[in-house]
Design a protein around this ligand. Sequence first.
Ligand code: SF4
Length: 424
Amino acid sequence: MKVYIYTLGCKVNQYESQQMEDALNSAGFDRACKGESADVYIVNSCAVTATAVQKTRQTLSKIRRDHPEAIVCLTGCVPQAFPTCGSEGCAADIIIGNSNREKLTQYILQYAENGIPIINIEEHTKNSGLGGTVSGLGERARAYIKIEDGCNRFCSYCIIPYARGRVRSRTLQDIVSEAKALSTSYREVVLVGINLSAYGSDIGLSLLDAVREIEKIDGIDRIRLGSMEPDLLTPDVLSGLAACKKFCPQFHISLQSGCDATLKRMNRHYTSDEYYRLVCDIRDNFENPSVTTDVMCGFVGETDDEFNQSLDFVRKVGFAKTHCFIYSKRKGTKAYDMEGHVKPEVASSRMARLLEAAQECENSFFMSQIGSRAEVLVERPCEDGFVEGFSKNYTPIRIKGDYERGSIISVTITGTNGEYCTAE
Ligand code: SF4
C-alpha cells in the first residue's frame, strides 16, 4: 500500500513523521510522492494555535473529499490534547495520540482487514514517544534528532504540556547510536525537543552532556540546537557549549514578551533583564553568534504601554530573526479563563508594528554579517546558478556555483538584500 504523511507543526513533529514513515517502510508500505494518490493518509497534527487545529480539520476534510476510498489516520497533538476531537470535525478512520504512535502500522493493517474504526488515545508514560530512531530526513541537508519530549512549565497560554506530558529524556546511549548512524549521510545534526533545554533534568543529565557526546562522533561537523527556554541556559552551560568546536552559535530562545508584567501573567520564569543578561553572555562567549526568538502580542490584559515595552525590548536586543505571533486563545489553558482579552483589531495593529521592528532587526543583523567569514552548509540550488545554504549562526547565504547539497563551503559575505546574504 502507498502512504502519504501530512506533517503540521514543529521540528519534533517532523522527526516523528519520519519515524512513522520508516516504520511503515519496514512493514512493506511505499511512500507516495506529493500529488500522487495513496491508499493511506496520515495527518500528524499540531495544536499550538487555533489556526493549527483549524488546518488539521481542513486537511482531514480535503483528504476525505479527494480520496473517499483511502484509509485516513489522525495522530499528533490535536487528539492527544483534545481526545474528543474525532466527533468535533476531525473525522478519521484511525485516531491515536502522540503517546502510542508505534501502534499505527498495526492499526492500519487491522483496519485494512476489518474496516472497524479505531480510536485509541493513551496517557503519556515515563517512556512514551522516546523509542525508535530515524534513518534521515529526506531531502534535507541536516538531520533532526529528538532527544526530549514533554514539558513541566504550564505557561498560562500553552496547550503543549497537555498534549506532550511531562519532561522525558532519551538516554545518551540512544542519542549517540542514532547520531552515529546519521553521520554517514549528514554533516549537521539538530537536537530537538518539546522543552529542549530541560533535556536530562529527569535523568541527572543536561543538554551540554548530549552536545559533548555528539561532539566526539566523526563525520558530524556541526551540532545545532532547536528552540530553548532562557532560564535553563546557565553560564556553565554557555561556557561548556563555547568549548565545543562543532557547536553552531545560533540560539533560538523563546522570549514571548519583553514586558515583565506580561511575562508574569504568562507564567514565564524570567524577567526581561535576566533575558537581556543572557543575550549579553552569549555575545561575550561566542564568536558572531545569532539570537533568534518568538514574540507574542495581544496577550490577555496587554496594555498599549506593556506592548510598547515589549517592542522596545525587541529593538534593544536586535534579534537576528523574530517569529511573531498574535496570542491564540486555547481552551484548557489558564489564560483562556483570564479577564481582559485584547480586541482582535488591536492585536492585529500591534502585530503589524512587531513585524516591522522584527524586519528592521533582521536587516541590521544581515548588514552586520557583511565582510565576515562563514562556513556554509549547502541546502539547495536556486535561480541564476546560485546555491543556498546556512552558516553556523544560521544566516541564509547564496553563493554562485554548482556546489553539492550537504557540502560545506568557506565564504566571505559580500552583501545582503534583506532576505539573505550573498557571498563569495
Ligand atoms: S515552556 Fe511554556 S511555551 Fe514552551 S512548551 Fe512548555 S508550556 Fe509551552
